[in-house]
Design a protein around this ligand. Structure first.
Ligand code: SDX
Length: 440
């Protein structure tokens, strides 16, 4: 028997049998595309809490069980055995690369890390203290003004070259944002370095003093990039897909996703967590902040807690928490007091009925800020790091959407609650037409 769900409109007695699909994993979905045509009705789902916007083979997550798979591989195994660049290949092409494929991919990325010199001049148009995400969004969008020779979204080679350019150039654009903010000369990509080493060199090397890469710091950052690389149809990725469905150029789509990620409720949370921990300042203040987080009249929220999908511990947070512990042992730059406040806050919250009842657990942003602090990445750059990592996921999801034969422009509808139709009223019929003009 075909798997269907029957929807009956009790007001009219009309009914529709909606097909039901089962993916590889996850809840079955009801295909409601014919609902308007057959019953003249829309579905209402603010925030898309129960809406599957697309078919995708890239990332699977199970919020109840705390499972995250990239192309079927558990995030725990990729975190332990893989590298961010290998994960980029996996997300883009669906399989782990052979040794030769990886060498070719690394070579392709290396040759696309440089940003056009004229584009680097446009950083001067931003204030020195501009939030680096404002620069990231601007420069990323402007990439289309330099690389328009390969922007035919229907050409697979153009799509692939754009993906390589995005992954290759994001660390350079990000490092230039930091250098712009501190007034240091830009450091150019170094062909002899690995992907993460090159990023850290562009961030921290300095004309007047040698910069020595710390392998532990490189590994910690590579881990953070892996964990942030993709995450199903989150707000930023859904923005990229919506912009892509309108056939905007891929650089514009990535810039749109980046702008969404900047939000405090989304990727901006890692920076907000550190602000919150600094605001708490001491373990003795934790209970007061927990009280505020539960008070509906208080806008304070526990940053780094809660998630739209994970109603269990975010598997990425578990991995990052352990990495934080390791860094504590190995690098004296980890802010011990901040980390201790974070652990004590987590302990208290996870024993509190309010958080337990609402299944509010630490998410990926809760501990990532502490690791970034240990790596001496400046606070305003935290969301930039998230954007660098997520660019691989965004461009992979964009590639999947663009090459989908069923692709059509995204265009949600609404439940209209405005005024009934009414006729235009001339101003003299709208009320008093003489008034004493204030301060006249
Ligand atoms: C990311 O979607 C993704 O995959 C995103 C991400 C990715 O990799 O792309 O995982 C990255 O964005 C992680 C989330 C980072 N954001 C934060 O840490 C900000 C703090 N978290 C909250 O703003 C909130 O939890 C959200 C936005 C993450 C989720 O919001 P939801 O799913 O819309 O949940 P909700 O607002 O409906 O909350 C349900 C209840 C409410 O209380 P009641 O009305 O039921 O009484 O939980 C409460 C909320 O008030 N609540 C919180 C809370 N989060 C939710 N209360 C206190 N502190 C919080 N952090």
């Amino acid at each position: 028997m075909k798997d269907t769900v029957t929807i009956i409109d009790n007001a009219t007695g009309k009914q529709i049998d909606c097909p039901v699909y089962q993916g590889t994993y996850g809840p079955r979905v009801i295909d409601t595309q014919a609902l308007y045509k057959k019953l003249g009705m829309f579905t209402l789902d603010p925030g898309f809490v129960t809406t599957a916007s697309c078919r995708s083979a890239i990332t699977y997550l199970d919020g109840e069980e705390g499972i995250l798979l990239y192309r079927g591989y558990p995030i725990e195994q990729l975190a332990e055995h893989s590298t961010y660049l290998e994960v980029c290949y996996l997300l883009l092409y669906g399989e782990l690369p052979t040794a030769i494929q990886m060498l070719e991919f690394e070579e392709a990325i290396k040759t696309r890390q440089l940003v056009h010199e004229h584009l680097t001049r446009s950083y001067a148009g931003y204030r020195y203290d501009a939030h680096p995400m404002s620069i990231m969004v601007g420069i990323t969008g402007a990439l289309s003004s330099y690389y328009h020779e390969a922007l035919d979204i229907n050409d697979p080679d153009d799509r692939d070259l754009t993906a390589i350019r995005i992954i290759g150039k994001m660390p350079t654009i990000a490092a230039h944002c930091h250098k712009h903010s501190v007034g240091h000369p830009f450091v150019y990509p170094n062909y002899s370095l690995g992907y993460v080493e090159n990023f850290m060199n562009m961030m921290f090397s300095h004309p007047s003093r040698p910069y020595e890469l710390n392998p532990k710091a490189v590994r910690a950052l590579d881990l953070l990039l892996i964990l942030h690389a993709d995450h199903e149809q989150n707000a930023g990725t859904s923005t990229v897909r919506l912009a892509g469905s309108a056939e905007a150029n891929p650089f514009a789509c990535i810039a749109a996703g980046m702008a969404t990620l900047w939000g405090r409720a989304h990727g901006g949370a890692n920076e907000a967590v550190i602000h919150m921990l600094n605001q708490i300042g001491d373990r003795k203040n934790i209970l007061n902040f927990i009280k505020r987080a539960k008070d509906k009249s208080d806008p304070f929220r526990l940053m780094g807690f809660g998630h739209r999908v994970y109603k269990n511990y975010d598997p990425r947070a578990k991995i990052i928490r352990e990495a934080c512990h390791d860094l504590l042992q190995e690098m004296d730059t980890v802010d011990q007091p901040l980390f201790e406040i974070a652990m004590e806050l987590e302990r208290i919250a996870l024993e509190d009925e309010y958080f337990l009842k609402r299944k509010l657990y630490p998410n990926v942003d809760y501990y990532s800020g502490i690791i970034l602090k240990a790596l001496e990445i400046p606070l305003p750059m935290y969301t930039v790091m998230f954007a660098v990592a997520r660019s691989a996921g965004w461009i992979s999801q964009w590639m999947e959407m663009i090459s989908d034969a069923d692709r059509r422009i995204g265009r949600p509808r609404q439940l209209y609650t405005g005024p009934v139709r009414r006729d235009y009223a001339p101003v003299e019929l709208r009320g008093p037409i003489t008034a004493v003009l204030r301060n006249s």
